[in-house]
Design a protein around this ligand. Structure first.
Ligand code: ASP
Ligand code: MG
Length: 421
């Protein structure tokens, strides 16, 4: 059994979706497909949630209508009139679900309301894709991932209840796989009260890994628009190198430092069961791609570069001159954790705590409000955080020229620098 995950770019439009057909036709084993919302649908749904938050409900409904129409147009282009008529009631039911979620929008529980709105994207795209595969004589069973993935109520970043999920996955997918391809949604799940949840942005990879582990798949393939994992983001750096083979732990490191390659939660379930993960290019399926697997005897990696822009470096200093030790540290971490602010780099001095975080104005304001009574806060904006794994002096010089270094941390394998142009 194999698991294929197709991301938003691979189904960005009906032509693109059609081009996935030969990839799926060539699979000789039972297949589970995990699908994302198409194109930038999740961003559009997020915009609807934010429009509700700004109390512009009528505007939100208008945006929802546009999104609904775009999905109908998409379905109409790829399906015969008969098949369109079959799928139409399913799409319509989802449109109703979206409109109700807008009506029920609750400002006091934004994360909950967000998830009820944002989950619709993958449900819509997967309904269309399932209808298309059936139309092309590939028998496909559509399963609602909310009947598979059981989670807690941490909306927007839900934690999976492994035992319950495994029961549901085995009970529903195994029998269905005997007759057909199983097609479900990435990124979404449900609580024990049947509320929709999401697993965190870009969470579809994680869903694919969960299903693969629970169904003991031979492998997972994530189909992307790049030839495989690269040692740096090609949008930021010119001379990138493709990595053929990489260990699970190296990928975890890359993700931790902010490389947007694969959702970081994806790796653990695969590593537990030793299931290889292939990153393949849907534009050219014959390319070898990248394989992520267990640590091998010795893999020689090129320097792996991760650049995070729009960073703010905070210096948080105690007003009472108390040292930054256990007491202050636990207080500070607690505030960051409560506000869900991820710290990208930390350094301590005697009475100050230095943290590099993404520049999100709302979060920064909340952070300053929470801390200003006990701490003096100064900030340095417009910085970027450069991380290089497997570095050498040549690459450091090359990547830091014409910059000012505000902070540097170095281990034998990794260097991190907070820089300003
Ligand atoms: N559609 C979701 C997102 O864009 C999940 C995913 O694509 O993995 O975040
Ligand atoms: Mg997506």
């Amino acid at each position: 059994m194999q698991v294929y995950k197709f991301g938003g770019a691979s189904i960005a439009n009906p032509v693109q979706m059609q081009q996935l057909l030969p990839i799926i036709q060539s699979v000789k084993t039972p297949l589970v497909i995990v699908l994302s919302a198409y194109g930038k649908t999740t961003n559009a749904l997020e915009a609807i949630a934010l429009t509700c938050k700004a109390k512009q409900i009528e505007e939100a409904k208008k945006l929802a209508k546009q999104l609904e129409q775009a999905h109908l147009d998409y379905a109409q282009k790829i399906l015969s009139p008969d098949n369109f008529n079959v799928v139409f009631p399913h799409l319509n039911a989802l449109f109703t679900e979206l409109e109700w979620s807008i009506d029920d929008f609750n400002l006091l529980d934004f994360d909950y309301s967000y998830d009820q709105i944002v989950c619709i994207g993958e449900l819509l795209s997967s309904r269309i894709f399932a209808a298309y595969l059936n139309q092309m004589q590939l028998a496909t069973t559509w399963i609602d991932a909310r009947d598979l993935i059981r989670t807690d109520t941490t909306y927007r970043d839900a934690k999976v209840d492994w035992e319950q999920t495994e029961k549901q996955v085995v009970a529903q997918c195994l029998p269905a796989l005997q007759q057909a391809i199983v097609l479900t949604q990435g990124f979404i799940g449900a609580t024990s009260d049947n509320a929709s949840v999401t697993l965190g942005r870009e969470g579809s990879d994680y869903t694919a890994a969960l299903l693969a582990a629970m169904l003991n798949a031979e492998s997972v393939s994530i189909w992307k628009d790049v030839e495989g994992l690269l040692n740096a983001d090609p949008k930021q750096f010119k001379a990138t190198k493709k990595i053929d083979l990489i260990s699970y732990s190296e990928v975890i490191e890359m993700a931790f430092y902010g490389a947007q390659v694969i959702h970081p939660k994806t790796i653990k379930p695969l590593q537990n069961k030793n299931i290889p993960l292939h990153v393949k290019c849907f534009l050219n399926p014959d390319l070898k791609g990248t394989t992520i697997q267990n640590e091998l005897a010795h893999i020689q990696y090129p320097p792996i570069i991760v650049l995070k822009k729009q960073q703010v470096l905070f210096q948080i200093t105690t007003r009472d001159f108390s040292f930054i030790t256990e007491d202050n540290l636990s207080k500070l971490y607690h505030v960051f954790h409560q506000l869900r602010i991820k710290i990208n780099l930390i350094q301590n001095a005697a009475i100050s705590f230095i943290a590099c975080i993404d520049h999100e104005e709302d979060q920064i304001e909340a952070l300053c409000n929470a801390l200003q009574e006990e701490y003096k806060i100064t900030r340095n904006e417009n910085a970027h955080l450069l991380t290089i794994r497997h570095y050498d002096e040549v690459i450091i010089d090359e990547l830091t020229k014409d910059t000012v270094c505000l902070l540097q941390q170095k281990t034998r394998s990794t260097i991190q620098l907070v820089l300003k142009d």
